[in-house]
Design a protein around this ligand. Structure first.
Ligand code: UD1
Ligand code: CA
Length: 468
């Protein structure tokens, strides 16, 4: 039986005070609506239909269309039932799961349980419910035994209902497609607000002799809806703990969970150690035995086994096994370190391959370069890769030695085993095994300082006389 998901994301999200659509704000490195899509897919949904408004459509489409989502535009937004109505023509499965795009903590397990209960009980619908500490703002569940007779929105409750009905609607539903298609189009707008409420379809099904059940007693935390930036921070805090715990259970040592920020898609092998104050994000992977931190910022990096990264920054870099980086290394996109490379302080590497066991220990920029294995790049080496118009490559051979403070003006090649004398400006290719010296020759003037001092003394004497 095919299940389609409908993700409601047409709300304005004004309380976020943001130009970015609310559901595109990230929780642990992943946009909220993508969390919703993943949970729906994990629950077995075949297709995900996202209800958007005309302003947010382009940005949400850009993110989710490549991931196979389809879109229904709701214009203007006239309530949750109205939102689902827009999606009805797109449904292909026999069942439909409805969830919100701003509840990032929902799990595939819970959504799967909602779908499972509907199948098991052959109900027309199932609603996920819980009993919150504070039920204000939630629709209340009116039951008769296991059957849900209706959902009464907070604003429409009598004082008695508000007091007595503790179980609330989480906003997650599973319906038989046939039932929602039959009943939702007949739901009248709410009298007070004029909106079409999805919650009213429950009562419509009940009155027509259908059945709706509740999957109750769920954890309130999982349904946290993000309305503003503070709730976004709260959702991130909760998810962060979940991520850290999952990693710890998988054999990762997290020395200080309170100062460790790891994104939802980061993967670590067992026996990785994360020291305090690290942010590790994107699709980063870290191999066994590696130690990261303290004070690292790492995104979309592939880090091998037994690596040490200390107080460093890394974005889209590939770091081979047994490398050492930091303190204060900056690996930018396209930096590739083969095994056993050492990168030291104030070294920036961009779009460059550094060969096995090469050392780049201090104060260096390597951009658009290929460096062979076993080379030594001295302090202060700069690849001049940009002429103001175009980028050029530098190639440094295996076992080459580049002396300190060398300036390599690309395009240029330093051959295998060649030696560049310290302070050289290299403008021509250096053949393998050659010595390149590209600097002014030193000239020592014997006894020059004594003459200089006496001349200066005489001049200052004259100056004193002239001021008297
Ligand atoms: C809704 C439920 C309430 C439930 C609560 C759980 C209704 C009428 N009420 O109330 O019973 O307890 O969620 O959090 O369904 N949206 C659209 N188009 C619209 C209106 C809303 O796409 O026209 C989307 C919003 O972007 C949001 C979701 O639907 O993701 C829920 O809307 P919201 O206005 O937050 O509903 P609540 O008043 O919280
Ligand atoms: Ca809400």
């Amino acid at each position: 039986m095919g299940v389609d998901a409908i993700v409601l994301a047409a709300g304005k999200g004004t309380r976020m005070k943001s130009v970015l659509p609310k559901v595109l704000h990230e929780v642990c490195g992943v946009p909220m609506v993508e969390h919703a899509r993943r949970a729906a897919v994990a629950a077995g949904c075949d297709r995900v239909i996202v209800v958007v408004n005309p302003e947010t459509e382009p940005a949400i489409r850009e993110l989710l269309e490549p991931l196979g989502c389809v879109f229904a535009v709701q214009d203007p937004p006239l309530g949750t039932g109205h939102a689902v109505l827009q999606a009805l023509p797109l449904i292909q499965g026999e069942e439909v799961l409805v969830l919100c795009g701003d509840t990032p903590l929902l799990t595939g397990d819970t959504l799967g349980a909602v779908v499972g209960l509907r199948r098991e009980t052959e109900s027309d619908g199932v609603v996920a419910t819980f009993e919150p500490a504070d039920a204000r703002g939630y629709g209340r569940i009116a039951r008769s035994g296991v059957q849900v007779e209706g959902i009464i929105e907070d604003a429409d409750c009598t004082p008695e209902q508000r007091r007595n009905l503790k179980e609330v609607n989480s906003g997650v539903f599973c319906f038989a497609t046939e039932a929602i298609q039959r009943h939702l189009p007949n739901v009248a707008p709410n009298e007070k607000k004029g909106e079409i409420y999805l919650t009213d379809v429950v009562n419509a099904i009940h009155r027509a002799g259908g059945t709706v059940q509740a999957l109750g007693d769920l954890r309130e935390e999982e349904f946290l809806g993000v309305n503003d930036r503070w709730m976004l921070a709260e959702a991130s805090r909760i998810m962060r703990t979940t991520i850290l715990r999952r990693l710890a259970e998988g054999g990762v040592t997290i020395v200080d969970p309170a100062s460790t920020y790891i994104g939802a898609d980061v993967r670590c092998e067992p026996d990785v150690t994360i020291l305090p104050m690290c942010t590790i994000d994107g699709a980063t992977t870290i191999g066994s035995g590696s130690q990261i931190g303290p004070n690292c910022w790492i995104k979309d990096a592939t880090i091998g086994r037994d690596v040490r990264i200390f107080m460093s920054h890394m974005d889209q870099a590939i770091v081979g096994e047994k490398c050492r980086c930091g303190p204060f290394s900056n690996l930018r996109p396209g930096a590739v370190l083969e095994a056993g490379v050492k990168i030291g302080n104030f070294v920036e590497i961009k779009n460059a391959v550094v060969g096995e066991k090469t050392a780049v220990s201090h104060l260096t920029y390597l951009g658009d370069a290929t460096i062979g294995a076993g080379a030594n790049i001295g302090a202060g080496t700069i690849t001049c890769n940009y002429d103001g118009f175009q980028k050029w490559r530098t190639t440094i051979g295996e076992g080459a030695f580049v002396g300190s403070n060398s300036t390599l003006i690309a395009p240029v090649t330093v051959g295998d085993g060649a030696f560049v004398a310290a302070g050289s400006v290299v403008t021509k290719d250096v053949p393998g095994g050659a010595l390149a010296v590209g600097r002014a020759r030193q000239d020592n003037k014997e006894g020059w300082m004594a003459k200089w001092r006496s001349r200066k003394a005489a001049e200052s004497g004259e100056a004193e006389n002239s001021t008297q």
